[in-house]
Design a protein around this ligand. Structure first.
Ligand code: ADQ
Length: 498
């Protein structure tokens, strides 16, 4: 069905561009993530717009060239090239501190990842979060029209529909939460729980990564707004609130499978993967790739390598663990402490086991160019993806897509959203169970080739079919569909043990 959609307007905290200073001044480059790749054609086809914070526009931090006027020129050039418009929401230093570092990253991020003891429930953060959401909504109202479909991304902007409605601005709105939605007992810890959940009900469609996240949301909704009645049992359900209704659904995000797989097959990338293996004398490679974040379970993972080498001394000199960590939220103390903890752990494990010619743990703290990252994925015998909690986890999918030989093993945390889709063919582990991970690693390293191939080919097929384009398509179809009949009941594999 061709949607009656004139234009797609994506709203997210950050714009999908990287700002770089080159010799002749500042340059904007389109971001390269799966989300941008998948959205770009839709935005281009419909002459769409992306609204967000540039990340560099706050006065006091940026240089003269990053002020608003120069930005406008850069954005106009970008629009001509990319085929869709960028629109920036300028934020002050105080706003960024309260809304982004404060409410989003010190409250919602830990709470929604079940780590409530890390939350700092400062009322000031909440107020700034509301102010910034209002500011975003004003820009959205001004720059969009009633025929547009507004697709709001993630936990930074949960009050968009609420503020648009309170301004009397009628728009068709969809919201997608990239991180998990916590179980009701945890969500109830939030001092502003009733206002937040009500704000979410103001969207026409609320999307989650998994069916379990949607259930958690509905559980909290029932406690806080008992008048809410849920209809339907498929991936998308309708919620009636008496005088109005909205939809809630599970839309597992994915990657541009073909792009990863094709890149891994390119001769230069295959060469890089081979060089990497050769540099490590063709030892088995166990790989971890994450943003450096306390939800990703990196210290536990390093301890599991330590346990592996203690328990199975025959593996000494035969395996390497490579951990690539992308710098993230570096200004925040907790992230600095985590970095130190990881570096000390790496030092301890290497100190305990290294001998001339072999260092068990290789740790890289940097962002990698895309082709290097793909080469690491292609070279790895085991993808070790063990977040303590994760909305989806794209690394798990990227690893499989790059494993063109099909002989790798994916060890995956049961608390990653990806486990709901991949549990039958990944080796599921509890990320807190250091001994369990060590055992899984030992088994994975001794698995028969046929068995590994059978599992990996199924994983790859599942990710190839359910790729990022399908995700965009299914969300948009749900966002503009007319009735629940458009969503026949589906058998969705979900994971209950959260
Ligand atoms: P993230 O928490 O950032 O995303 P993830 O889904 O794993 O987690 O995505 C990380 C991305 O960063 C991957 O695409 C990966 O390729 C890239 N990356 C990692 N290490 C890198 C390196 N060293 N160099 C370059 N790139 C690197 C949030 C949620 C997730 C959810 C996504 C998408 O927390 O649960 O899957 O959004 O919805």
């Amino acid at each position: 069905m061709e949607p009656a959609l004139r234009r797609l307007v994506v709203v997210s905290n950050r714009l999908p561009v990287a700002l770089r200073r080159e010799e002749d001044g500042w340059k904007l480059k389109q971001g390269s993530g799966g989300l941008v790749t998948a959205m770009a054609p839709v935005l281009k086809n419909r002459g769409g717009m992306w609204i967000g914070w540039s990340g560099a526009s706050d006065p006091g931090r940026g240089s003269k060239a990053t002020d608003e006027t120069d930005m406008e020129t850069l954005f106009a050039d970008f629009t001509e090239e990319a085929g869709y418009e960028l629109c920036t929401v300028p934020l002050t230093r105080e706003e960024v501190d309260g809304y982004y570092y404060g409410f989003s990253n010190e409250i919602i991020w830990p709470l929604f990842h079940d780590l409530q003891s890390r939350c700092r429930f400062h009322p000031r953060y909440w107020r700034t979060y509301l102010d910034v959401n209002f500011k975003f909504a004003e820009v959205v109202a001004r720059r969009s029209s009633p025929e547009d479909y507004l697709w709001i991304q993630d936990y930074h902007l949960m009050h968009q529909a609420f503020f648009l409605k309170s301004m009397g601005v009628r728009r068709n709105t969809g919201f997608f939460l990239h991180i998990p939605f916590p179980p009701p007992d945890i969500f109830m810890k939030l001092p502003w729980r009733a206002k937040l959940i009500q704000a979410l009900t103001e969207f026409d469609l609320v999307g989650f990564q998994t069916v379990q996240d949607r259930r958690n949301f509905v559980g909290s909704l029932h406690r806080l707004m008992p008048e809410a009645k849920v209809e339907g049992r498929g991936a998308v359900v309708a919620v009636n609130m008496g005088n109005r209704s909205f939809r809630a659904g599970a839309f597992p995000i994915s990657i541009d499978y073909a792009q990863f797989s094709e890149m891994a097959a390119q001769p230069e990338v295959a060469r890089k993967a081979f060089d990497l293996k050769e540099a490590l004398r063709h030892r088995k490679i166990i790989l971890g790739v994450d943003r450096l974040d306390y939800t990703k379970g990196i210290p536990e993972r390093i301890r599991s390598i330590q346990t592996l080498l203690r328990r199975y001394p025959d593996l000494k000199g035969k395996v390497n663990f490579i951990q690539i960590a992308v710098p993230s939220r570096e200004e925040v103390d907790e992230y600095k402490e985590l970095r130190t903890e990881i570096e000390q752990l790496v030092g301890r494990v290497n100190g305990e086991f290294s001998f001339p010619g072999w260092v068990p743990v290789h740790y890289h703290y940097r962002s990698l160019p895309h082709d290097d990252l793909v080469a690491y994925y292609a070279a790895a015998d085991v993808g070790l993806v063990t977040p303590l909690r994760d909305g989806m986890n794209l690394v798990a999918k990227e690893y499989c897509a790059c494993n063109n030989k099909g002989d790798g093993v994916l060890i995956l945390s049961e608390f990653a959203g990806a486990a709901a889709q991949l549990q039958r063919h990944a080796y599921l582990v509890n990320p807190y169970d250091v001994e369990g991970i060590a055992k899984a690693l030992h088994r994975a390293l001794h698995w028969q080739l046929e068995e590994r191939k059978a599992h990996m080919s199924r994983l790859r097929e599942q990710i190839r079919r359910n790729n990022i384009f399908r995700w965009v398509d299914s969300f948009l179809r749900a966002g503009i569909a007319k009735s629940l009949e458009d969503f026949p009941e589906v058998e969705t594999v979900h994971f209950n043990r959260v």
